[in-house]
Ligand binder design. Sequence first.
Ligand SMILES: C[S@@+](CC[C@H](N)C(=O)[O-])C[C@H]1O[C@@H](n2cnc3c(N)ncnc32)[C@H](O)[C@@H]1O
Length: 213
Amino acid sequence: MKSQNSSPIAGINPVTASTQPDLIVELHSILEPLDLTALFPNGRPLEVELGCGDASFLVNDAELHLDRNFIGVERLLGRLRKLDRKGRRAGLVNLRGVRIESSYFLKYLLPAHSAAALHLYFPDPWPKRKHWKKRLVNERFPEIALRALAPDGVLYLRTDDRNYFEQMREVFAAHAAFRPVETPADLAGLLTDFEREFQKRGVQTLRAAYRRG
Ligand SMILES: C[S@@+](CC[C@H](N)C(=O)[O-])C[C@H]1O[C@@H](n2cnc3c(N)ncnc32)[C@H](O)[C@@H]1O
């Protein structure tokens, strides 16, 4: 029997972007975990980008991997609206955005061990020493990532800030549940909005990735 979805490509919605529903998730409760099967009934592997900004990376990644589902987490509504516009223009049904703080999302809203990958690219570096305590990746973050990741799940990190990069490496080196892995070349080639701007100015991207054992 012919599927109702007449798109030749699984994952691409045949309806036009203007009629496609909003990709920004309306949170009915911030006390209950998200119902992922309601968001993505196909149950495909889930990837989450924390602080997705203008979402160019995530939209490109979602277009390239229609066999996976993607959630962008971002605290600024204006930026999340860009995810919505870009995703709908591309007809994506494997992408959603959630407006919330990243560590809260990982601790309380994302069902435990549900993410095949976490992407954290160019998180605010808080360069002044007195502000380092505000950094997302601190000594508590590996435990939070561990709760979020499925067995064998991978956390991918990028930053332009050398001091923050060293802190990232130190906190993950100190956690027995993670081992360092390479970032695949095709993933590294998918640039974020900030990264594109940094590259124009000759600023190097520092990358690390950790697999859950
Ligand atoms: C420096 S920008 C990088 C954006 C994007 N990842 C990129 O590389 O183009 C950091 C983004 O993370 C968001 N952000 C910072 N801290 C956050 C937090 N704790 N929770 C959610 N979003 C956060 C900011 O609003 C901003 O959009």
